[in-house]
Design a protein around this ligand. Structure first.
Ligand SMILES: [Zn+2]
Length: 129
C-alpha cells in the first residue's frame, strides 16, 4: 500500500534542502559574476585632459555628458559606448563599446579618455597631480 507513495515522492526533505542550497549558491555565484567578475560588470572612469571627471558603474544604464557636453557616453547592457561627439574626426564615436577591464575609448581632440576600471570602487589615486 505504502509502496506507491514512497515511489512517487522520491525526494526527501533533506534532498529538497540540498537542492535549495545548490540553487541559492548557484544564484549567488551567478549574481556575483554578473555584478563583479563578469563581462560588463566593471566601473568606468571618465578623464578629461588627464583629470578624473567621474566614475560610473556599467551595471546601470545611463547617459553621461562629458566635458560639458562635447561627448555623450551611453552605458547600456553593461557596455559603454561613445554615442555622440562634436570632435572633427569622430573616431571616438566609431570605437566599439567597451566592457572589459582596461578597454578604453579615447577622443583625442577633446582629450577625453573613458576606461574600464576594475570593479572595486573608490580608486582615487589617479586624481593627485
Ligand atoms: Zn572624438
Amino acid at each position: 500500500m505504502g509502496e506507491n507513495h514512497t515511489k512517487k515522492f522520491r525526494f526527501k526533505k533533506k534532498d529538497w534542502l540540498l537542492i535549495g542550497i545548490i540553487v541559492v549558491v548557484a544564484g549567488a555565484a551567478f549574481l556575483f559574476h554578473e555584478l563583479i567578475g563578469g563581462e560588463g560588470a566593471g566601473v568606468i572612469s571618465v578623464k578629461v585632459d588627464g583629470v578624473l571627471e567621474g566614475t560610473y558603474t556599467l551595471s546601470k544604464d545611463q547617459e553621461i555628458s562629458i566635458n560639458g557636453g562635447t561627448n555623450i557616453l551611453i552605458i547600456k547592457d553593461g557596455k559603454a559606448d561613445m554615442e555622440e561627439a562634436d570632435c572633427p574626426d569622430q573616431l571616438c564615436v566609431h570605437q566599439k563599446a567597451i566592457s572589459k577591464n582596461h578597454e578604453s575609448i579615447i577622443c583625442l581632440p577633446h582629450k577625453v579618455v573613458v576606461e574600464v576600471e576594475s570593479a572595486e570602487s573608490g580608486k582615487l589615486d589617479g586624481i593627485s597631480n
